[in-house]
Design a binder for this molecule. Structure first.
Ligand code: SAH
Length: 518
């Protein structure tokens, strides 16, 4: 008999992965099996080990992947096999999530379980719409209520209209608290509104319906009053999942709104950088309220000569007076190979180190190296001009991308230096995810495509294939003039945005400026 595994009933929060708890993340990292619902953000699933089983049991209103009985049985079977099971549920597991029922079932079957609360959409949806559920002098209580009598979404498909409402006490609900928060209530919004008015709530009570709350690029809010909210919601096309907040606190949105009124909020932005490098841009865009769509068109791989040139250089590293790093990837590739050879930064003790660019110098600092020379301007000409006087052997090693241009080495050679170049990485096309991006472009759910180098432009175009989707209406944003030139060549049009400062921060600032203005 294997040792029985534990089932963790974990709240995934309302969507925004940043709202997932630290405890939840720790447990995800040791999961053997993750049993997850529809409203769980996909990026949370990546926290589990790659080999963990991911079982989708999501319930949409009209179709459900698994019945509650099947879900219960799955949890017990997996735990009995000794697996660590994470039952990942949207929001908080005990707020209309049937987490309580699952816990009861596990207890009946002697399966140990742990409950990890999550941020419930009931509060987070209001918060992300700029509505505090309580507020001094406005609301001193709030109640969370289901829009359906049975509190899970799949029952709604079988529920007869009016059947649930018939059995509930609307009088009690209407007076339950100052602020009323309804989950699963969009379908029955007209019943909710009319019953609340019948039972004493003023028709002028402010109401907000927040759909896909906290999901970057998806959150939508409609505000009205009890007497007109149904029409407004219908006109907006908002459907489930949505939270309905009813009460005077809703008016505070005018003053407190903060998440969905920033320049980039709701913008759907394709990030074409290599996966290893994408995170800084993805994180900033996300923090700005945009939905970053990761489509790394570049992959960084070892050079095709299997580091032959670098290995050769490494055998006589001490003979180089300078080692010139031209990119973060160059630094990474160089140190990776050094480590593979059982060596480390101390082997560079004889060499002076140059970093072309601030990011490169930061990457060196991570390796414990303070660059001796960082030019103030990053064009090849300026670098060569500013390069310190070289004495002695005059030998320079430039570890770099296989496909890097020859401008810098040639200029250094012109200055009388003896330059060795060694490929430490190669960038190749990574077309994974192209179908999804193409589909999103075709269905009109992409607003902006960002390009952070000429090769991202080239590879993007290649990845879109021989019959690319129309990019009309999609904003093309470039990190700098070189990238912009490639956009003009390959898209036959002027890029919409070119960063003034050729960095990721500069690109984001340019995007922000563009949308703040208009
Ligand atoms: N346990 C969850 C609620 C599950 S019931 C929680 O604590 O949040 C499912 C309902 O939750 C949906 O019908 C919707 O009303 C609400 N909901 C969950 N996530 C939401 C989100 N991101 N935006 C709006 N509503 C959400």
């Amino acid at each position: 008999m294997p040792v029985i595994g534990t089932v963790y009933l974990v709240g995934a929060g309302p969507g925004d992965p940043g709202l997932f708890t630290v405890a939840g993340a720790q447990i995800m990292r040791k999961a053997d099996v993750v049993v997850y619902d529809r409203l769980v953000h996909p990026s949370l699933l990546k926290l589990a080990p790659p080999e963990a089983d991911r079982i989708y049991v999501g319930k949409a209103a009209d179709k459900h992947a698994k019945s509650q009985d099947e879900i219960n049985a799955t949890l017990v079977t997996q735990a009995a096999r000794g697996q660590t099971v994470v039952r990942l549920k949207g929001g908080d597991p005990f707020v209309f999530g049937r987490g309580g029922e699952e816990a009861e079932y596990l207890r009946e079957h002697d399966i140990p379980f742990v409950v990890v609360p999550g941020v419930t959409s009931a509060i987070a949806a209001a918060a992300y719409a700029g509505i505090p559920v309580t507020h001094r002098d406005v609301a001193s209580s709030f109640a969370v209520i289901t829009g359906h009598e049975r509190d899970d979404a799949h029952e709604s498909a079988t529920r007869q209209p009016g059947q649930a409402e018939g059995r509930r006490s609307w009088e009690k609900i209407a007076g339950a608290a100052d602020t009323l928060v309804f989950l699963m209530g969009v379908d029955s919004l007209s019943e909710i509104a009319s019953k609340l008015i019948e039972n004493g709530r003023s028709p002028a009570t402010p109401v907000a319906v927040v759909q896909w709350a906290t999901w970057a690029g998806r959150q939508q809010t409609v505000v009205g009053v009890l007497s007109d909210i149904v029409d407004r919601v219908r006109a907006s096309g908002i459907t489930a999942p949505a939270v309905t907040v009813i009460g005077e606190v809703v008016s505070l949105r005018d003053r407190i709104r903060w998440w969905d009124n920033r320049p980039l909020s709701g913008k759907r932005i394709v990030v074409t950088r290599a996966r290893e490098q994408a995170s800084s841009l993805v994180d900033v865009l996300h923090a700005e309220g945009a939905e970053p769509i990761e489509f790394p068109v570049i992959q960084i791989v070892p050079p095709p000569d299997h580091y032959a040139a670098l290995d050769d250089a490494l055998t006589r590293l001490e003979s180089y007076e300078w080692v010139v790093f031209t990119s973060v990837n160059g630094v990474k590739g160089f140190w990776e190979r050094l480590a593979q050879k059982g060596r480390d930064s101390r082997d560079l003790h004889n060499c002076k180190i140059a970093a072309i660019g601030v990011a490169t110098s930061d990457a060196l600092a991570e390796m414990g190296i303070r660059a001796d020379f960082v030019p103030t301007v990053f064009t090849g000409e300026e670098v060569a001009r500013q390069f310190p006087e070289v004495t002695g052997a005059k030998t320079v090693l430039v570890p770099r991308a296989l496909e890097a241009g020859d401008v810098l080495p040639e200029l250094l050679i012109e200055r009388g230096l003896d330059v060795d170049m060694a490929a430490v990485y190669e960038t190749v096309l990574d077309g994974r995810g192209a179908d999804e991006v193409r589909a999103r472009i075709e269905e009109g759910t992409v607003d902006i495509v960002t390009f952070t180098s000429s090769s991202t432009v080239k590879n993007f175009v290649t990845a879109m294939g021989p019959t690319p989707p129309s990019m009309a209406g999609i904003v093309l944003a470039c990190i700098g003039p070189t990238t912009a030139t490639t956009v003009r060549e390959l898209f036959q049009r002027e890029p919409d945005i070119i960063a003034e400062e050729y960095t990721i921060a500069g690109l984001v600032e340019a995007l922000r400026k563009t949308y703040a203005a208009g």
